[in-house]
Design a protein around this ligand. Structure first.
Ligand code: C2E
Ligand code: MG
Ligand code: MG
Ligand code: MG
Length: 280
């Protein structure tokens, strides 16, 4: 495609091309400062069991409020991944999330936290040891932590990531395949990975009832989950209809704006208290 357009004289845009524009460089400098000073914040989005209404835990999503406004994770996470900042950022997010999780548990909410891991982190031999130490420091069982990794991330280096995934599994952390259905992974490979959870990508959940293809992918994931004893989580649940369908189809957990947007820490705690009162 690129070659064809090169011949025709049309320049094909590639993201790498503006890696060094002044705008990018300024953003990178600000991101470095934000990471170094611990200014990356997090939001928590509940994961709920649709059968009982019970809150199972929360996904932790990074938030960066730059001086001139918020920057989306889809923008700053790739920047962090390319610039060596993803390791300190992930450590900060993990530390923040485990501290929060320990606090919720002290308040009587038996919740888990799910942290997103970039593919680069799977090449980090020190990761499993650091995770184990962090769990100990916060007095948390390993099963209180889920690590979400995209299938594309794992498939980028299946044998390299297998070592880290095995080390993480050995300490008892739960492993989740994020954005399930969007990558180019083979189902056979996924079955070999000994994971605990799959998250159906929100592109399949949106208007699932109106699209036979989306419904087929969703039901295939649920079937795979039953066969392999995995928790199947649907992300991006925005309507009552989607929730009712997923509950009837036997989905183990749901997440999405219909239940709650990702919330700042204090708002999440308030939401939890209200929710606990509703399901008590
Ligand atoms: P993800 O891990 O698949 O997270 C789900 C995304 O869907 C989040 O976007 C969340 O805010 C959004 N979402 C949740 N419910 C709904 C819904 O009902 N409808 C719609 N349309 N969207 C919904 P967000 O927070 O912008 O994050 C985007 C991506 O950035 C994440 O996708 C994840 O891949 C990445 N990310 C965020 N925080 C981190 C982090 O700390 N580390 C790494 N490595 N990646 C992160
Ligand atoms: Mg995720
Ligand atoms: Mg996802
Ligand atoms: Mg995603």
């Amino acid at each position: 495609y690129a070659a064809k357009h090169a011949r025709s004289g049309v320049r094909v845009y590639r993201a790498e091309d503006d890696r060094n524009t002044p705008r990018r460089l300024a953003m990178l400098a600000d991101l470095r400062t934000a990471v170094e000073r611990g200014l990356i914040e997090v939001a928590y989005q509940p994961k709920v069991d649709p059968a009982s209404g019970r809150v199972l835990g929360a996904e932790v999503l990074s938030r960066w409020f730059r001086a001139d406004g918020p920057v989306a994770p889809d923008e700053f996470i790739p920047l962090a991944e390319r610039s060596g900042l993803i390791r300190p950022l992930t450590r900060h997010v993990l530390e923040t999330a485990l501290a929060a999780c320990a606090g919720w548990r002290r308040d009587g909410h038996e919740l888990t936290v799910a942290v997103n891991l970039s593919p680069q982190m799977l090449a980090d031999q020190a990761l499993a040891g650091e995770v184990r130490d962090a769990l100990r420091r916060h007095g948390l069982p390993a099963a209180a932590l889920t690590l979400e990794i995209t299938e594309t991330g794992i498939m980028a280096d299946p044998s390299g990531s297998a070592v880290t995934l095995a080390a993480l599994r050995a300490i008892g952390v739960k492993l989740s395949i994020d954005d399930f259905g969007t990558g180019h992974s083979s189902l056979g490979r996924l079955a070999d990975l000994a994971i605990d959870e799959v998250k159906i990508d929100k592109s399949f959940v949106r208007d699932v009832l109106a699209h036979p293809g989306r419904r087929a992918v969703t039901e295939a994931a649920l079937h795979l989950g039953r066969a392999l004893d995995l928790l199947v989580v649907a992300e991006g649940v925005e309507t009552r209809e989607e929730l009712d369908y997923l509950r009837a189809a036997g989905c183990g957990a749901v997440q999405g704006y219909y239940l709650s947007r990702p919330l700042p820490p204090a708002d999440f705690t308030a939401w939890l208290v209200t929710q606990a009162a509703l399901t008590a």
